[in-house]
Ligand binder design. Structure first.
Ligand code: BYC
Length: 343
């Protein structure tokens, strides 16, 4: 193994990638040393099976969420209130598809194919975020998704840009930039409605009432009920606990809600000077558990739609595979011809 010392700070870690191409970590002791030094692990490195499994679980769920997450907003593309709003929403939904693709591609570097990950989702063996099982009955829900759902995603995902697995961390950098634009467009939709007619203001408030608690649940169960956190944090996949990120998000939302002229639906929400954070009410964790069991308002609809899209896309996958095989064959013939003429 060419590299015996672990990099000492994550800033230096991207410099590891070119080195890594020639000298992957070859044993688990060096893996531990790189993790201890807050270094990055790359695809060809030796890594514990549990670390690989934890990453495939989280990254595939994350990718599934991006793809399923296109549905609640896709529902409004044909009904957006202006051409400009329609164009922006289409671009946003396309961004989510792109995020899914980066994440499936990053997860594939761990040895699980995209087909396997999709199969697991469709068979109900892999999860996607609870948040996408709620309906979008009004245009204001699109604003609330942008402000709250993309806002929660940013809070959760910015620390993932420093996740120990290189391909995941690098995918997250671009995703976070796009999420940041998504959040602003959601905020702007809500601001326009909030400052509009009384009916529009009320529509914005009702959408915030619907999405606030589910967006807080996106961060996962309370720390005491989070079985995966300890290992994920020890391996520097997760940098903060579920409750820490939830608190950070609430603290961020309070001044933004004030600027919007909207109320966050939590009577227990108040500033606690001693803690330097907002206190907040309990969430309905029974509802969260029911959504995870597939009993949310839209679980069945989301999965049926995903299955139908997968089935309808079969001919595209077949055509792409046939095209790739033909391209590979023609490359081979060209190489053979070049070798022959050189001989
Ligand atoms: N929904 O031990 P825990 C987006 C599961 S998409 C469903 O705390 P962990 C967007 C969890 O998987 C952004 N399941 O888990 C797209 C575990 O079950 P398993 C989506 C959840 O992994 C389109 C069990 O509960 N973001 O932004 O340490 C349009 C115990 O949990 C949820 C990501 O995927 C949930 N909310 O922490 C707009 C971020 N929470 O797997 C926007 C990446 C927990 O043991 N993921 N569970 O059967 C993560 O950061 C972490 O996986 C979580 C959970 C914080 C979500």
């Amino acid at each position: 193994m060419a590299r015996t010392t672990a990099p000492d700070a994550h800033n230096s870690l991207d410099a590891r990638s070119p080195v890594d191409a020639h000298s992957p970590l070859d044993n688990l002791d060096t893996f531990e040393a790189v993790i201890a030094a807050d270094g990055r692990i790359e695809p060809r490195d030796a890594m514990p099976d549990d670390y690989r499994r934890a990453l495939v679980r989280q990254m595939s769920q994350h990718a599934n969420s991006e793809i399923i997450g296109m549905q609640p907003e896709g529902n409004w593309i044909t009904r957006a209130p202006s051409l400009a709003r329609k164009a922006i929403l289409m671009a946003k939904v396309q961004d989510e598809a792109g995020h899914g693709l980066y994440l499936y591609a990053a997860a594939e570097t761990l040895g699980t194919s995209r087909a396997e990950m999709t199969e697991a989702l469709l068979a109900g063996k892999a999860r996607y975020s609870s948040i996408f099982n709620y309906p979008t009955p009004t245009w204001a829900d699109i604003g609330a998704i942008g402000w709250l759902v993309d806002g929660a995603a940013i809070c959760n995902q910015v620390p993932l840009c420093r996740a120990s697995y290189g391909p995941y961390a690098r995918a997250m950098v671009r995703i976070c930039k796009e999420e940041s634009f998504h959040q602003r467009q959601g905020f702007e939709i809500l601001l326009t409605l909030s400052r509009g007619t009384d009916e529009q203001h009320e529509m914005a408030q009702q959408a915030v009432d619907r999405w606030y608690a589910p967006s807080l649940m996106m961060f996962g169960p309370p720390d005491a009920d989070s079985p995966n956190s300890a290992k994920s944090m020890a391996w520097n996949i997760k940098r903060f606990s579920n409750d820490e990120l939830r608190q950070r998000f609430i603290d961020m939302l309070v001044p933004q809600a004030k600027a919007l002229g909207l109320t966050l639906p939590d009577p227990d929400l108040r500033w606690n000077a001693e803690r330097g954070h907002h206190d907040h009410g309990d969430l309905d964790w029974d509802e969260f558990a029911a959504v995870l069991r597939g009993e949310g308002q839209c679980n069945a609809q989301r999965m049926a739609h995903r299955q139908a899209a997968f089935d309808e896309g079969a001919w595209v996958r077949e055509a792409a595979t046939a095209h790739a095989a033909r391209a590979a064959q023609s490359r081979k013939s060209q190489e053979a011809a070049t070798e022959e003429s050189a001989a």
